[in-house]
Ligand binder design. Structure first.
Ligand code: 3PG
Length: 306
């Protein structure tokens, strides 16, 4: 079987070595398309492949139509909003993700962004500390749980809300469960977003919600830019000059945010949450193993488009 790794933002080389060893060890062939810049390169590369490993690379109907032999796509990571899962299903292509494999990396970055924010982006002025502050985690999945674990080390008071995770499961992790997202925003000094981009969550982080935050609150986004209503957030933050916003996903309105919220806004130039050797190795090798298991035993344990 021919397995293509197509990564516009490449894995660490150790991860590629690991993926290659897994794939070749199972008698399959690895093809690499890294740092591609044009969609045409991807369309050409998928022509005769049986399986595809991607990161945030867009797997559109056009890509799926071009991949005539494709049987399985594995998103080496958590969020699969970059893949047209419904169209893949129509075409009989299995889509999987590798849940949990890069979640510690993303969770660590939350604190990198937070320390940077509370210390005023290292501008030399006196900042504040995270200890004793109330942290709100929006969605208690793999990343949210890691954020809670690390926050305990910082001495933060931790709250979470998850529409799909029972209160008891949140409390069992030593975290206060709140009744809804409004309560989370009202209660906390910092809110960290860990919701996927779905029709229900898109644009859901709006002025009504963020406007409930306490004085000097911080919003952290390491999830997806689509969950934020950018126009409303920008307008709100121009009124509420105490609020800060730090993000690992550059908003569409990045230039306006940077200009109008000077000293209160930071975005990484490229999404860096999962960009560690460890996360690349974990997610990349998990993807390769899942593909091998699919071809060997028909295993579809991690399928997301059933
Ligand atoms: C994920 O959904 O797994 C993260 O957002 C990481 O995405 P990336 O593989 O594009 O860095």
């Amino acid at each position: 079987m021919k397995i293509l790794v197509a990564t516009e933002k490449p894995f660490a080389s150790k991860a590629v070595e690991g993926i290659k060893a897994e794939i070749e060890g199972a008698g399959n062939q690895l093809i690499l398309l890294e740092k591609y810049t044009e969609k045409a390169q991807l369309l050409e590369a998928v022509g005769n492949i049986d399986a595809l490993i991607v990161r945030s690379d867009k797997v559109t109907p056009e890509v799926l139509d071009a991949a005539k032999e494709l049987k399985i796509v594995v998103r080496a990571g958590a969020g699969y909003d970059n893949i047209d899962t419904a169209y893949a299903k129509e075409k009989g292509v299995v889509v999987e993700n590798t849940p949990g494999q890069n979640s510690n990396a993303v969770a660590e970055l939350v604190f990198g962004l937070l320390v940077y924010a509370v210390r005023n982006f290292y501008n030399g002025k006196s900042g504040s500390e995270l200890m004793g502050k109330k942290l709100g985690i929006l969605a208690f999945g793999n990343v949210g749980r890691n954020v809670a674990r690390i926050a305990k080390g910082f001495g933060m008071e931790i709250y979470a809300y998850d529409a799909f995770c029972p209160k008891e499961a949140i409390e069992a992790a030593g975290v206060h469960a709140v009744a809804n997202q409004e309560e989370l925003f009202t209660t906390c000094d910092v809110v960290s977003l860990h919701i996927p981009a779905t029709p229900e969550t898109k644009q859901s982080i709006n002025a009504a919600l963020v406007g409930k935050m306490k004085k000097n609150a911080i919003l952290v986004n390491t999830a997806r830019k689509e969950v934020i209503n950018e126009e409303e957030l920008l307008a709100l933050m121009q009124e509420r000059t105490d609020l800060k916003f730090v993000t690992d996903i550059k908003p569409d309105m990045d230039a306006e945010f940077a200009e109008k919220l000077e000293g209160r806004y930071f975005s990484t130039p490229k999404k860096m949450g999962a960009q560690t050797a460890e996360a690349n190795i974990n997610a990349g090798i998990a993807a390769a193993k899942q593909i091998n298991a699919f071809f060997k035993d028909g295993c579809t344990k991690f399928q997301v488009n059933k």
